[in-house]
Every structure is written in C-alpha cells, then in structure tokens.
Design a protein. Structure first.
Length: 90
C-alpha cells in the first residue's frame, strides 16, 4: 500500500470516528439542539458526513474503491433495510 493510500485510509478512519461522535451527540443532546458553539447538531453531522464522503471520493479516485461496487452495495443495503427495518414503512 502506498503512502497516499495509507494517508487516505487513516483520514477516512478519523472522519468515521467523528461521524460516530456527532451521532452520539445528536442522541444525547438532540439533533435540533445547539452545541456549545451555537451550531445545530444536525448541521455538524452534515459537515462530518460530508468530510467522510470526501475521503470516500478520494479513495475512488485512487482506485481503491470501485464506484460500481459502492452503488451495488447501497442497493443491497436498501434491500436489507426494507426487509429488516422500519425505515421504508409509510
């Protein structure tokens, strides 16, 4: 694995951790409540998810991740969620 790939994976890992941390804060304090800086937790969550998606894009550009496989994986996950969760119920 080359240095750029290592760096991208480390940053992706950090960004995923930041998403997890902000999701925890959304549960703890409320998704529409303000953080200590006066910013809604949903806004911070959006920023953290965007940062994570940026790293996914970089890994696609590096050829580490295949966009077709990502798309197929999303479809697979949606099918599982339709079966096992209530997210798609009206």
């Amino acid at each position: 694995m080359n240095t750029k790939t290592n760096e991208a994976l480390v940053i992706l890992q950090e960004e995923c951790a930041e998403v997890i941390q902000e999701v925890s804060k959304c549960f703890r304090f409320g998704i529409n409540d303000l953080n200590k800086d006066g910013v809604k937790h949903s806004t911070v969550l959006e920023k953290e998810v965007a940062d994570m998606l940026c790293m996914v894009d970089i890994l696609v550009e590096q050829g580490i991740l295949d966009p077709a496989q990502l798309a197929a994986g999303k479809i697979e996950k949606q099918a599982k969620l339709r079966k096992w969760s209530k997210l798609y119920e009206d």
